[in-house]
Design a protein around this ligand. Sequence first.
Ligand code: AHM
Ligand code: MG
Length: 353
Amino acid sequence: MSPSSAKRLITLEEFIIQGQNRFRGATGELSQLLRDIGLASKIISREVNKAGITNILGLAGSQNVQGETVKKLDIFSNDQMLHAFARSGIVSMVISEENEEIIRMQSSSGKYVVFMDPLDGSSNIDVNVAIGTIFSVFMRKSDSEDYPVDEDALQPGINQVAAGYVLYGSSTIMVYTTGIGVNGFTLDPSIGEFFLSHPDIKIPEFGSFYSINEGNYNGWSPGLKKFIEYCKEKDEATKRPFTSRYIGSMVADVQRTLLKGGIFIYPESIAKPKGKLRLMYECNPMAFLVEQAGGMAVDKHGNRLLEREVTNIHERSEIYMGSRDNVQLCADYMKRYRKTVSSGTKAFEPAEV
Ligand code: AHM
Ligand code: MG
């Protein structure tokens, strides 16, 4: 095979630089930030892959063979991401699932604010199930000469300038958007390089999968119950029953939904009136990705999730996201049934906590 006929592989670095060159006057700072995340995720991927063997070599909290204290993987991942953001001095604040407070970086002039869940689904580590890192990037509103203020972090999802995830699954894949489509890069661990493997991801308009924790069925709204019953009914014309798939690791469930279509739901319920997932570092970045791939993400009223006002950096939100047809149908069910019950005797209104 001549060199010219060999398939030309594009690395994450090259792709980021090509993207940057398309914008005249781009400073390259966002590109740097994405490269930093790429590097941190390679280090996390290496540790995640060692997790099983680490159990043999030393449990978290104990000392490993080099005499170092073994850290829990979610703490390790948090540290790696924070180091990455500290390195280039372009991030002024980080909000992490692992830290109650906003982390103010030394470079207070950095123009970006990053939200992250450094290792989502970490309860799945012990059973070798896929887990992931989620990130969401905003531009701060205050002047970079001043210290960043809390309001810089409290922005609606629509203001995100980049978002993505890294899935540590059967292979490690980084999927991100900067608002011009969604692209995925698979890590070749033998040379430590991410290559473009999923260019311009488009979610199917319809998919025959539904993904939700059905153990919580009794606490759902009547409309959601009806929608899930619809998914299970037999009807060849509409390809039902749909297939149920739920990993319980958001990054993995979203990755399948993006590639194969369908709907992923973590709803409000009687036990969890605001759902479980966090708006700023779980729901918003995934909503941005799915919209950029041509899909939809809404709240329980069918409103666009990215427009939700935020009052607390760690607040929770319900999420209904995926293929347009599936999400629209689910939203229609919830609206239709809400009307019926509210005009009747009893409306579903889970109590606020
Ligand atoms: P975590 O941030 O504590 O890991 O929890 C988030 C995870 C998501 O990855 C997943 O979608 C969800 O929790 C599953 O929750 P449940 O077990 O209630 O279905
Ligand atoms: Mg999480």
